[in-house]
Design a protein around this ligand. Structure first.
Ligand code: FUL
Ligand code: CA
Length: 687
């Protein structure tokens, strides 16, 4: 009896105790999905808005060629695992005929009110073997009950309707936005009620919000997780929206955080979330998508890529072409795992546990692993090759069902008889991908330098990803001279000014191109006499601010010269003084254009390149002939989603306005605590 007890006790001692907060089974499966599609579709698709007001005529919604199977087919061919759709965005419009709303597809022109997009999409996902998810915004600018105590129940009923009608839902996406409704009031959301409604219908659904509980917002809409990326987060005292932890914390997570809430990196393939014909040539390049992939999936996050459906109800050709190019590039990058050719050894291998084996590190499975003994928070994995190999990517995975552990690791290669450090990193989690210039070696060492508990590693992989010809970067200076540059060595740059796709036969860029009156410039990089070509970069310019001068700003900050708002350079900016005092708002800038022009709108680029600060939310825009009598604003409103997605904002006037002077008044800040305003560039629309 004593013998048996001690055998059991020993076996037990060899088991690896889980560490810290752990993922549920659904969360482990969710993390394996890595890459899936977001679709934004609604009245905004037809009105060119990012945030609808809720008072749009539902008849504007008419995607007359809508084909959910085309979306699903595209997602499948793109290598994605699921589709999440905006069943209800902030304007309240429902993509299914909800009985709790009068602002739905039923009231729209589409299919004479007989259609149901959730029904079509859930069926298409099933057909193509994709999972199906729904975005429902609690913020509802249409529902009459919004802002009253009854609304929480209405929202719960709405959720219940969706989650009980369209089969399995793998993810419930909750936006944290909590704005005002038709009655000018903001309600307090009953999150416990919403969550219980989800779990009652879909016990395995992963719930997304700023703070989970299933997965968390990564803190930006660029799709990029922190270089340190914990799946654990402290959630006590926090709530979605205004009550969320700071964006930097969402970006990195908390080491030893209370709950397992991994990051989901959402980003749009275009500048905005909804389709607009004006962004057809602004679809992200393969390089941008790859950077996002390495910044999300490569940093322990899932990549949720938005592909907005167009006004026909289809994914537009430029977007689907890019998705396929991106898939090809990923496949080529991760085609041959060179680690498979290596003999793998390790120091500190845990003994007496049949699950632990150093060979598991290269078996291509992330549910088999190698581990160290309990007291060893370090260990070295060595890959020895019979012949030298060349690589530039390292993939590492932890066995996350036992928790996230690794805090620091480094990669070294044998070079001329000595080991040389190639790179170092902090966390791993589900997956970490490190990129570095090509190295050629016969021996690689991955050193786990520190961990919260004994490291449990499931994969080490090495790849040689092909180089990618960089896309041209187009800039225009204040005088209106356009330059084209490219970060790849020695490409030939060719461009067109007639809107056509550049070819190797198009004019070659040799020096500045004067474009003071504006126009469309499209450029492409080429190598090997045109055999290798990059993606096309397209930029549309209006008139250049060559003769413009700033005549007035309030509360000018030292060192942020107002002329920088009109120097053609989006990296330089004008800003007012840092003011802790909210009463310092509004702020303004006035400009003399030196000629009277008929304006159709204006363009505001916020300061966003490295630091976001002083972003304007509410605005008024004035046009005047004398710079003294400004009259009523020709446009006023809010730059909808600018706080989260600080891209260039294009505002069209209802009726054109003529004048020589323009004036932008910032009426409210995008960030409640920033009582100052900044402008990286201000432009006008004359065309
Ligand atoms: C944000 C929303 O306000 C945007 O409109 C968009 O839906 C994005 C994915 O989430 O919070
Ligand atoms: Ca500037």
């Amino acid at each position: 009896m004593a013998g048996l007890c001690s055998t059991l006790a020993t076996a037990h001692a060899q088991d690896i105790a889980p560490y810290g907060a752990l993922p549920s089974k659904s969360q482990v499966e969710w993390q394996d999905m890595e890459y899936y599609m977001f679709i934004h579709l609604g009245p905004n698709t037809f009105t060119d808005n990012e945030w609808g007001h809720g008072d749009e005529d539902p008849k504007v919604f008419n995607p007359s060629q809508l084909d959910a199977r085309q979306w699903a087919r595209t997602a499948k061919l793109a290598g994605m695992k699921a589709i999440i759709i905006t069943a209800k965005h902030h304007d309240g419009f429902c993509l299914w005929p909800s009985k709790y709303s009068t602002h739905t597809v039923r009231e729209s022109a589409w299919k004479d009110g007989k259609g149901d997009i959730l029904k079509e999409l859930s069926a298409a996902c099933k057909e193509y073997g994709l999972k199906f998810g729904v975005y429902l915004s609690p913020w509802d600018r249409n529902h009459p009950a919004y802002g009253t105590p009854e609304y929480n129940q209405v929202f719960s009923n709405t959720l219940n309707e969706v989650l009980s009608s369209y089969g399995p839902v793998f993810e419930q996406w909750f936006d944290g936005a909590n704005g005002e409704g038709p009655n000018g009031k903001k309600p307090v959301y009953d999150w416990p009620l919403f969550h219980s409604t989800v779990y009652k219908n879909q016990p395995n659904a992963v719930i997304f919000s700023d703070v989970g509980p299933g997965c968390r917002w990564v803190g930006n809409e660029d799709g990029i997780a922190g270089t340190t990326s914990w799946s654990t987060l402290n959630v006590t005292g926090f709530s979605p929206g205004k009550g969320a932890p700071p964006q930097s914390v969402l970006n990195e997570g908390n080491m030893n955080g209370e709950k397992w809430v991994p990051s989901e990196c959402d980003v749009s393939i275009r500048p905005g979330w909804f389709y607009s014909p004006s962004t057809n040539d602004k679809v992200k390049s393969v390089q941008q998508l790859l950077d996002i992939y390495y910044g999300s999936v490569g940093r322990n996050g899932n990549m949720l890529l938005n592909v907005p459906v167009d006004r026909r109800g289809l994914i537009y050709s430029a977007d689907s072409t890019r998705l396929m190019e991106f898939r090809r590039m990923r496949e080529e990058s991760f085609k041959t795992n060179l680690a498979l050719k290596a003999k793998v050894t390790a120091t500190e291998t845990r003994k007496g546990n049949t699950h632990v084996n150093v060979r598991n590190l290269i078996d291509g499975k992330n549910d088999t692993y190698w581990a160290t003994p309990d007291n060893a928070l370090q260990g070295t994995i060595t890959l020895t090759f019979p012949k030298a190999v060349t690589f530039n990517r390292l993939v590492m995975q932890e066995y996350i069902p036992l928790g996230q552990r690794v805090k620091a690791f480094s990669v070294e290669v044998l070079e001329k008889g000595a080991f040389k450090e190639v790179t170092t990193a902090t966390t791993i989690g589900h997956k970490r991908i490190l990129s570095f210039p090509d190295v050629t070696t016969t021996q690689v060492r991955v050193k786990i330098l520190d961990a919260l508990a004994c490291p449990v590693i499931s994969e080490v992989q090495l790849y040689k990803a092909p180089g990618l010809l960089a896309v041209p970067v187009i800039n225009r200076n204040k005088n209106g001279d356009v330059s084209i540059t490219c970060s790849s060595p020695d490409p030939e740059l060719h461009y067109t000014l007639d809107g056509r796709e550049p070819t190797f036969k198009s004019p070659r860029y040799t020096g500045l191109i004067p474009l003071p009156k504006g126009g469309v410039i499209r450029a492409k990089s080429f190598l090997e006499k045109g055999k290798v070509a990059s993606t096309t970069t397209t930029v549309s310019y209006d008139i250049a601010p060559a003769k413009w001068k700033v005549i007035y700003t309030d509360d000018q900050a030292a060192g942020a010269d107002p002329e920088r708002a009109i120097d053609g350079n989006p990296n330089s900016f004008w800003m007012t003084n840092y003011q802790p005092d909210a009463s310092k708002y509004p702020h303004e800038i006035q400009i003399d254009m030196n000629e009277s022009l008929t304006l159709k709108g204006f363009v505001y680029t916020p300061r966003h390149q490295t630091v976001r600060s002083g972003t304007i939310y509410g605005y008024e825009f004035y046009v005047s002939e004398d710079g003294e009598n400004w009259g009523q604003p020709v446009a006023h409103g809010n730059f909808a989603n600018i706080a989260n997605n600080p891209v260039t904002q294009t505002i069209k006037f209802n009726i054109p306005a003529k004048g020589r002077f323009i004036r932008l008044v910032a009426t409210t800040p995008a960030n409640e605590n920033e009582h100052w305003a900044s402008v990286a560039e201000l432009g006008v629309i004359t065309k």
